[in-house]
Ligand binder design. Structure first.
Ligand code: ZN
Length: 247
C-alpha cells in the first residue's frame, strides 16, 4: 500500500523511526508546505528508503516569505516525485485570493517545466482549482489530495485525468458526501492517503495520525465498493505508481 500524502515532521513525530518502521516496505510520500518543511523532506528522503517527497508552498503560507528557487533547485533530486502541497484555500480568508492564485500558478509552471506531477490542496475553492488545472492542462499529472467536494465535481476532475486522494474522513460517520464519491468513481482514479498527522481515521479518530492507518481507509473503500481489500490495496498502489515515479 502507498500513503500518497502525509506530513512526517519531527515537531509531531519525535518517534519518527518507529512510525516509519511500522510501514514495513510500504511507500509513503511526505509533502512539504513551507521553506523549513521542504528542507526536512529532502533529509527524510535520504534517510529512509521507503520515504519519497514533494516540495511546495501551501496556500496558507502565501503571506510568509517563501523560496521557489529552492523548489526549482531540488525538484530533480532523488526521490522527489512532485510539486506539492500547493493549491487554494479560501476557508480562513478571501483577502489574498490574487496572491494564492499567483503562487499556485507559479508552482504549476515549475511542475510543467520539470515534467513533474502536482499535489493539490483545495478548500472552499473547488471551482477556481478546477479552472486553473484545466487551463494548464495538467490534469493527467495531478493528485487532488484529501478530495472533499461532490461526486459531480469528482467526475469533472477525473475527466481531466486527475487522481483523487481519499483519506481518513471516509471513515467518519458524517462523511456521506465522500462515501458517494468513493462509491460513484472507479477505483482506477483513487489513491490512498492519511494527511498525517491530521485526519486520523476511525477507530483512532482524535489521536495523532500516521501512515500505517492508510490501511483503515483502504478497508472502508473495500466495504463501500464491495471489492476485496487486497484488490483495493493493489489497484490504489498501481494508481500511485502510475502518478509518481518511485525509483
Ligand atoms: Zn497535507
Amino acid at each position: 500500500m502507498v500513503d500518497t500524502h502525509c506530513h512526517l515532521f519531527l515537531e509531531d513525530y519525535p518517534d519518527i523511526d518507529d512510525v516509519i518502521n511500522r510501514m514495513g516496505n510500504n511507500i509513503m510520500v511526505v509533502s512539504g508546505f513551507d521553506d523549513a518543511s521542504n528542507k526536512e523532506v529532502l533529509e527524510l528522503c535520504s534517510r529512509y528508503p521507503n520515504v519519497y517527497g514533494t516540495l511546495g508552498i501551501h496556500p496558507e503560507n502565501v503571506d510568509e516569505p517563501y523560496d521557489l528557487d529552492f523548489i526549482r533547485e531540488h525538484i530533480n533530486d532523488d526521490k522527489i516525485v512532485a510539486v506539492g502541497e500547493i493549491g487554494l484555500d479560501y476557508h480562513y480568508t478571501k483577502d489574498n485570493i490574487g496572491e494564492q492564485i499567483s503562487l499556485f500558478s507559479k508552482q504549476i509552471e515549475i511542475a510543467l517545466e520539470f515534467n513533474k506531477p502536482i499535489v493539490v490542496h483545495s478548500r472552499d475553492a473547488i471551482n477556481d482549482t478546477y479552472d486553473i488545472i484545466k487551463k494548464y492542462n495538467i490534469g493527467s499529472k495531478c493528485l487532488i489530495h484529501c478530495f472533499s467536494s461532490s461526486l459531480e465535481m469528482g467526475r469533472e476532475f477525473v475527466k481531466l485525468g486527475c487522481k483523487l486522494g481519499i483519506g481518513g474522513v471516509l471513515t467518519f460517520k458524517n462523511s456521506s458526501k465522500l462515501k458517494e464519491v468513493v462509491s460513484g468513481i472507479d477505483l482506477s482514479n483513487l489513491v490512498l492517503e492519511t494527511d498525517s498527522p491530521y485526519m486520523t481515521p476511525e477507530p483512532f479518530r482524535g489521536k495523532r495520525n500516521e501512515p500505517y492507518n492508510v490501511f483503515y481507509v483502504a478497508q472502508k473503500i473495500s466495504d463501500i465498493k464491495c471489492i476485496n481489500i487486497d484488490d483495493v490495496l493493489k489497484i490504489t498502489s498501481k494508481n500511485a505508481f502510475d502518478l509518481f515515479d518511485f525509483r
